[in-house]
Design a protein around this ligand. Sequence first.
Ligand code: COA
Length: 370
Amino acid sequence: MTYAHITGWGMAVPERVLTNQDLEKMVDTSDEWIISRTGIKERRIASDNETTASLAIQAALKALKVSNITPAEVELIIVATSSPEYIFPATASIVQDQLGAVRAGAFDILAACSGFIYALNMATQAIRSGSAQNALVIGSETLSRIVDWTDRNTCVLFGDGAGAFILQAGEQRAGLLSATMRSDGSGGDLLWLPGGGSRFPTSADTVNQGLHFVKMNGREVFRFATRVMVKSTQEVVRKAQLSMDDIDVVIPHQANKRIIESAIRSLNIPMDRCVLNIDRFGNTSTASIPIATCEAIAEGRLNPGDHTVFVGFGAGLTWGAAVVRWSGPFPGLYVMRPPVYHFYARIRSILKRILRKIDAIIWGRYHPDN
Ligand code: COA
């Protein structure tokens, strides 16, 4: 039987830090309120030249280095994001081009903050069915670009960052052992970004009404989140034929410390088995679980053979969870140089664009606007 081992991981966060004290100068809030209601002390904010794709690429390069596979070997790239580079093309295609992953199929998943768990499950299924030998799964966000910085209900919560996993086919029982993905679209307007789609196409009116920013009913999302985190964790642990005592580490979506503590308490899991880094990064949506995983590994909290639960929820409404048996990288054959591959891929991409233009000029298809 084939399993999808997680053999590489990497994270990338912007350098710029926005503290609660900085926010006190921007909106009517206080450090004390934000810490006591959310657990957040600071978050990272992308600089002008950082985007969802650029953070995704940085995280992916680190994951490739850990896993010892070259970009040219990658067969599938899935980017989960709520703040894509464009509506289309997919952010995953930009990542594919800039990594030089010339054999990979690439697409985005939009399941909001649950997106990384959805993407991990989809990539696992592709590997287990034999349609791909490996996959690059990324959660990446620049939520600072879609947050209304005058709305204290939302702007204190979110941050930017990216995390990536490499999955590879292996025979030993490891990787994703069970998963659940759920949705309740009746709660779509509890957390949404209404403007810019086909329902409210961009116009002067949508801009004036602030429809291109995140809108949220915090209290309702809070109630929903605590309920589904408990239920979905119990479901995946049962499906993996394990008990809560077998779970070494829980890595929840970092949306609110109080939501996490309430869920962990209801599950009767000691708090020291739960990874929490919301104080330093805020809610980075799809990136929060892989970033927390990278930190847990760096701190020696997640080791081969350990069982971990990933659990998350978000707009949609969506929610999901997975039980993962941790393994580690396969032995590598080559010296990996991801930055060199990235440099070469960028040159190749520019050359391909130039050649495409020359081809169009020669064959009379060239138009300066296209
Ligand atoms: N600073 C100070 N006061 C604030 C504030 C801020 N940043 N944001 C809201 N308030 C005020 C509200 O206006 C309200 O004032 P009022 O009683 O005069 O109307 C008061 O604080 C209490 O608001 P309430 O919404 O009841 O607070 P809360 O304890 O529910 O905390 C959230 C608000 C947003 C932190 C909390 O509801 C939450 O985290 N919900 C889940 C959100 C989430 O996880 N979203 C992402 C999902 S992936």
